[in-house]
Write a new protein. Structure first.
Length: 123
């Protein structure tokens, strides 16, 4: 689906899917249709208003996993990495793949586990 109010803060897509929760029936979820990393929640009584494009993104409560992922992206952006897509960040020396949890040195081609890279190169 698509509406003019939804813009994924991770990948910039305007397409989304709805998630109907079995555990919390008073809420419905909104998941990015492209990267599927963004998941946010709205109260069920706002469902029709959301579908009609009357609810802004600031009303959506991001999931804990989404908040954590946005913090990771912000961490690397503060260190001057640029975001290529929802999973890939890069700078002049390295390419980071968050989905694979690996970092590739552009000059040598050597791959480093993401955790080791953060501990060794960014601390």
């Amino acid at each position: 689906m698509k509406n003019d109010k939804f813009v994924c803060p991770i990948c910039g897509s305007t397409h989304f899917d709805h998630i109907i929760s079995k555990t919390t029936p008073n809420w419905f979820g909104i998941r990015c249709g492209k990267c599927i990393k963004y998941i946010g929640w709205l109260p069920k009584e706002l469902y029709n208003a959301w579908r009609n494009g009357e609810i802004d993104m600031n009303k959506i409560e991001p999931s804990k996993a989404t908040k954590d992922y946005l913090k990771i992206l912000e961490f690397f952006k503060e260190r001057e990495f640029k975001q290529l897509n929802a999973y890939t960040l890069y700078n002049d020396s390295y390419i980071i793949r968050l989905d694979l949890e690996s970092v590739k040195n552009k000059k040598t081609g050597k791959k480093i586990p993401l955790k080791d890279f953060i501990e060794t190169y960014l601390s």
